[in-house]
Every structure is written in C-alpha cells, then in structure tokens.
Design a protein around this ligand. Sequence first.
Ligand SMILES: Nc1ncnc2c1ncn2[C@@H]1O[C@H](COP(=O)(O)OP(=O)(O)OP(=O)(O)O)[C@@H](O)[C@H]1O
Length: 319
Amino acid sequence: MTAENIVEVSGLRRVFTTKRSEVVAVDRLDLAVAPGEIFGFLGPNGAGKTTTLLILTTLLRPTTGTVKVAGIDVAAQPDRARRAIGVALQDAGLDPAATALELLTFQARLQGISGRAAKQRATELLEIVGLADAAQQRTRALSGGMRRRLDLASALVHRPTLLFLDEPTTGLDPASRRQVWAEVRRLNTEEGMTVFLTTQYLEEADELAHRVAIIDKGRLVASGSPDRLKAEVGTDVIHLEVSPEHAEKACEAVRELSDTREPGTDATGVSLYVSDGPSRIAETLRLLDRSSIPIGAITVSRPSLDDAFLLATGHRMEN
Ligand SMILES: Nc1ncnc2c1ncn2[C@@H]1O[C@H](COP(=O)(O)OP(=O)(O)OP(=O)(O)O)[C@@H](O)[C@H]1O
C-alpha cells in the first residue's frame, strides 16, 4: 500500500460478542483504494460488508487493525474523517412528509450551511442527481430509484471527495438500478469522486467497479479488476445441469476435460473450466453418456464474477 491511497485498511478485525457466541464479522482484512476509483466490495449476505463500511465511516470501532480514509486515521480522528467523506447507508431514514428540497435543505443546515445558502446547495444537489423536477414532491411519493438518488444527494452536501454507498441498489427494479448506476458513474467521471460501494450483486460489481474485492465469511478471497478476476478463472466454463445426487459422479466422469482448473460442483450441477468450450461439448456428452449420468442442460459461457467467487471459495455466491 502506498501513501497515495484514499482508503487504506490494514489487518482489520471486528468481533461481535453476544451472550451465547462470538461472531468474527471481519477477519484480517487488507484493502487499498486509489483516488478516482469506483471500488466494489462484493460478497454474499453476512459476509462482513456492512460491518467494514461502518468501520470505514467511523460508525463502528474495529476490534483490531487500522483504517485510514483520505489519509486520516478514523479511530484517532473520527470528526476529521467524517468531514472528508460522504455516506449513504441502506434504509437511510427519509422523513416521508418532507419534500426532496426540504430534506436536502435540512441536511445542508446540519452541515453548518446557513439560511439561503442551504436552500441553494439543496437545489444544486437535486440538479446533480437529476431530481430537479421532483424538488417539491414528498419523499413518500418518490420511486425507489429516486429515493436512492436522494440518499446520494444527502451524502454529497459537504462536497466530499470520497463517497461510501452501502448496497445502493438492493431491492430496486432493473430500470431504477441502471439509473442509480448512471448517477454513480457520473459522480465518478464528472465530479471526480472516488466511490466505495458494497454490493451483493455480481452484475453491479462487474458493470460499475474499476476494481473489486470479494469477501466471504469476513475474509478477503480475491481482488482485482473484474476482467482480471474473470480471466484468472480460465477461458470458458461448461456447466452441466445435474441433480445433486449425480453431481459427484458426473464430476468424476468429466474431470479429465477440465484443463485450466479443477471442476467445481454446487447445487445446480458441475462446472468445468476449459480453454475452448464449444470444441469440448461432444466429448463431455460422450463421457457422461458412458457413465449413464442424466443431465438437464449443458451451457458454455465466458467466466463471470460468480465463477471467480466459486474458484476462490469453493461455493457459489448465487444459486
Ligand atoms: N451488531 C451485531 N451483533 C452481532 N453480530 C453481528 C452484528 N452485526 C453484524 N453481525 C454479524 O456479523 C456478520 C457480518 O455481518 P454484515 O452485516 O457485516 O454482513 P454483510 O456482508 O453486510 O451482509 P448483508 O449483505 O446481509 O448486509 C454476520 O454474521 C452478522 O450476523
């Protein structure tokens, strides 16, 4: 890690102790984000994404390890760190009776901007996130995608250069999701903002992030650009839809074909990693037939981040 990183996480560990048990939510995590990046922090439910984000944004203390944002140690100087960053959390409470303009004006006042200037900043922010036409609408009347964009605007009041977003599109329909992505991209390219976002959507990390860190059970399992992570998987993936009771036998039958990696099994069947998928299909079918293994379907695809996840963890993120 170098001094130029805008986010630096080193040896981060967070343990939650309850009466009955101890949960290690984040374990020996190291991360580095360069200025100007959109950084995707990807993992399944319960992987430790929100815990990490809460620590990065000063809202939770680490058990051990150090975290710096914009060069500031968040444990030593939380107030300074807070001034450097913007945060949009999941389910941020929006007052349903306030209008979009009132809400942002209130946020601006909370940041110490007075009277008329607060309203002016609120108006500017509505423009920035494409909600100028919705200024007088009550937040309860806004669509899911518009509410997320209002959350984004609230995080931008004090002109941070580093923006943290916790699962910005969870629960949104595909069209609203694309609108939020477009907004995040625009903030990154036009406003020069570095964005750190958590997500459980492979497609979101793949589409939006310049670099991705994959976390599972509190640990970092892979990191790099989506293209690099996919390239590391191998060239093509042949997926055989096989019922769970036949998966092991199918895997054994075709193991020799998997020439770039060991094959993997999961609830949906068997994945083979090969350098040239289409040319191996006939042989795959012949081997399965010889072992009398019934298959539902056979597909060939380019590797996805889900395959990268499978390779790193031995199980799929999505079923
Ligand atoms: N306050 C808490 N007390 C006890 N355990 C907690 C607490 N917060 C989180 N955990 C546990 O820590 C682990 C990581 O949770 P975390 O919310 O960080 O995961 P996540 O990746 O953000 O998941 P999600 O996508 O569901 O938000 C989980 O096992 C969770 O149950």
